[in-house]
Design a protein around this ligand. Sequence first.
Ligand code: UDP
Length: 265
Amino acid sequence: MDFINRPRYIPMNRRRRIYEGKAKILYEGPEPGTLIQHFKDDATAFNAKKHEIIDGKGVLNNRISEYVFTHLNNMGIPTHFIKRLNMREQLIREVEIIPLEVVVRNVAAGSLSSRLGIEEGTQLPRSIIEFYFKNDALNDPMVSEEHITAFGWATPQEIDDIMALAIRVNDFLAGLFLGVGIKLVDFKMECGRLWEGDLMRIVVADEISPDNCRLWDLSTGDRLDKDRFRKDMGGLLESYQEVARRLGILNEEGPTRPGGPTLVK
Ligand code: UDP
């Protein structure tokens, strides 16, 4: 093939890198208004004070997050997700990330248990939404709606939209995981502003995977999430594989096309 007619190929290391976080990299996308979200194998905890590479984690999170976001889109819950491109990458819409971590809790665990002295595993009287300011230098402090509106991170209307999204995502995820024998204890999500001309709407962004959920096996109580890494329990990859397998994303032989979840009786 002569040089002039060769198809244009942009090697991965020459794509423009927009942002690199602890577990993901964002590259410029093929069209304006799109980005490529690349899942790395890095596992971090305690604001990156603990760090390890876990071979294959990025591939699993890419698949699990694809599964969740595809269902959210299909249910009319708006997200930034367009499609998965390959083992580690997905095409997403470029959004203006709201600098908040939105945590939804159904069962007491982690920082809620330590802060308020509520025993891990206690069912909460209702789902609780918390906001944390995304700022590594400050260790992501918990903030109230007062802080969010006073400092202009989001408007009161946007907070209402975010809370409505969070409740819908929680209901969907709790049901999805319950159907495969997993209790959704809590999870973290992020939101962004998606601009379509002059219109703006709040959409779910980032990822939803065992890296940012607490998932407990319904019958044994086994941790199937990043707490395995935080608490040095080992077996993180096997747990993420188990989550993917139960959702019907992986079978014993390895990745398949996304199918349906496996009902656990
Ligand atoms: N979480 C997260 N990123 C963070 C902090 C928390 O994804 O930077 C998730 C975490 O995996 C859990 C939920 O948010 O599912 C609630 O976490 P918690 O506040 O209990 O903090 P942790 O105990 O994880 O420090």
